[in-house]
Structures are given as structure tokens and as C-alpha cells.
Design a protein around this ligand. Structure first.
Ligand SMILES: Nc1ncnc2c1ncn2[C@@H]1O[C@H](COP(=O)(O)OP(=O)(O)O)[C@@H](O)[C@H]1O
Ligand SMILES: [Mg+2]
Length: 261
């Protein structure tokens, strides 16, 4: 093994350096640094407007950074679109769900992904689609998502069902990094439990790292190895989420000093 290979294996899966994003006069990201380790489940926390969604959309190529760097396995990358991010095995479920309302579940699962096959399926050639479908169905079953029918248009489904499809789609196709922006916000108790259990088993089972955006501190404590707290476009703290650090997380989110709590 060469030194270069060795260093790329010890590098974080994903690293963001000094990321800035301006929307006209709005500074949505202001010098963000972030590291995501191998098989790590990272909680990304912050109040509304903190910059969480902007950060993950920069990671997935929906937005381009105004300045700053992004590295995958220690190598600089520039994603011009979500297709570029998918090439690297990065999948996301956005807060504002991006589903195709006029299409059914299966087509929603494969759209986009049929063009950019996850690496582990590439060697399969023309069998790709079948293998992908089998794998996706298996993961859908793991999530125990109860759907009216596989052929129903997504536009006719409830918010929770739509969210479940979006989560299943991302889980099925992520091969390196899975990003979930408030994935359980519209889900019922049982679906929420399934999503949390899936997040917990993904790293070991599929060698995947996860970024989870959530306002639910119990969920963060349960599934995340580390929490990064953002405020006003910057990272204001990082800690290990436990019952004991919950109060600290909340005060970092709202911007209170310890004396004020
Ligand atoms: N497409 C956009 N155009 C203009 N401003 C935006 C856009 N997206 C986000 N913002 C602004 O960037 C800031 C961060 O937003 P966002 O990343 O959505 O925060 P969060 O997800 O933490 O609630 C907010 O002030 C928001 O209004
Ligand atoms: Mg958001």
C-alpha cells in the first residue's frame, strides 16, 4: 500500500474547510469546518436559520459554496449537482422533500439513481436495475414502511408516507454518506422507530457514515456518536451527545451562556 493510499484511508470520509455561502446579502454559512468520520453518525443541530440545510445542500451539490473546500476521503471535490455527489455514494433526504408527485414509488426510488449507479452495483452491468430494485425493496422492508400500493402516485400519499419513501430511497442508494434533514418530522411512532433503528445499523452493516439533522434531543442522544451545533451560519460547539450533555446542547443551540441557563 502506498503512503497516499494509507493517508486517504485514515482521512475523514468527509471534510468541510472554512465553508462560506452567501445568498445575496444573506450569509447562510460563515466559515464552517466539519469532519465526518468512518461509520460515524453525526448529529447536526441548530435553531431555524442556523444554516444546517444550506450546509447539507452544499455537500450534495444542490448549492455551490461561495468559498471554502470540501474533501472526500482526503481528496478535494467540487460537486456541481446532486448527480456528482451520488457518484461518490452521497445521498440525502431534504427537509423540503424532493419527490416526483406524478410517479409511483418504484420510479421515485430509482429516478436519478438509474443513471448514476452506486459503486457496489457497477460491476453487475445490465443486471444493475434488477439488483438495485431487489436491494431497495429489501431495505424498504427493513424500514417496514406501510404503503398503500407500490404503484400509487406519490402525490396521493400522506406526508408520512412520502417521507418514508424519501428516506427509503436515500437509505437504499447511499454507499458512503447518508444525510437526513429532519427525517422523522412527519412520521408516526412506528415509522420513526424504524428509521432510528436503520440509522443505527447502517454504519456497521453497510460501512456508511450518517449526518442527521434533528431537533429531537432524545433521538440525537440515541443514535449519534457526535453532535455539531450550528448558530448563525457557524459551528459553535461539538460534543458527545449523552443524557448529561443534553442541557449543554440546548444552550449551545439557543445561544445562552451557561450562567443564563
Ligand atoms: N435559497 C435561499 N435563498 C436565500 N436565502 C436562503 C436560501 N436558503 C437559505 N437561506 C437563508 O440562509 C439562512 C440559513 O438557512 P437554512 O440553511 O435553511 O437554515 P436551517 O436549515 O438551519 O434552518 C437563513 O437565513 C435562510 O433564510
Ligand atoms: Mg433546514
Amino acid at each position: 500500500m502506498s503512503d497516499a493510499q494509507r493517508s486517504s484511508e485514515s482521512a475523514p470520509v468527509l471534510e468541510i474547510r472554512n465553508a462560506t455561502k452567501l445568498f445575496g446579502p444573506v450569509r447562510a454559512l460563515n466559515g464552517v469546518n466539519l469532519e465526518l468520520g468512518h461509520r460515524q453518525v453525526l448529529g447536526l443541530l441548530g435553531d431555524n436559520g442556523a444554516g444546517k440545510s444550506t450546509l447539507i445542500k452544499a455537500i450534495t451539490g444542490v448549492h455551490q459554496l461561495t468559498s471554502g473546500e470540501m474533501l472526500i476521503d482526503g481528496k478535494p471535490v467540487h460537486f456541481k449537482s446532486p448527480t456528482d455527489a451520488r457518484e461518490y455514494g452521497i445521498e440525502a433526504v431534504y427537509q423540503d422533500l424532493a419527490l416526483f408527485d406524478n410517479l409511483g414509488i418504484v420510479n421515485n426510488l430509482y429516478l436519478g439513481n438509474e443513471l448514476t449507479r452506486p459503486r457496489r452495483f457497477r460491476a453487475l452491468g445490465w443486471l444493475d436495475r434488477k439488483a438495485m430494485e431487489k436491494d431497495a425493496r429489501r431495505r424498504l422492508e427493513t424500514l417496514q414502511v406501510h404503503l398503500p400500493s407500490f404503484s400509487a402516485s406519490v402525490g396521493l400519499m400522506s406526508g408520512g408516507q412520502r417521507q418514508a419513501v424519501a428516506v427509503a430511497r436515500a437509505v437504499a442508494f447511499a454507499s458512503k454518506v447518508l444525510i437526513l434533514d429532519e427525517p422523522t418530522a412527519a412520521l408516526g411512532l412506528r415509522e420513526t422507530r424504524n428509521v432510528l433503528n436503520t440509522i443505527k445499523e447502517l454504519p456497521e452493516k453497510y460501512d456508511i457514515s450518517v449526518i442527521l439533522i434533528s431537533h429531537n434531543m432524545d433521538h440525537v442522544v440515541e443514535v449519534c456518536d457526535r453532535a455539531v451545533i450550528m448558530r448563525q451560519g457557524g459551528v459553535v460547539g461539538q460534543l458527545e451527545p449523552t443524557e448529561e450533555t443534553m442541557a449543554e446542547m440546548v444552550s449551545l443551540i439557543v445561544g445562552a451562556t451557561k450562567q443564563e441557563v
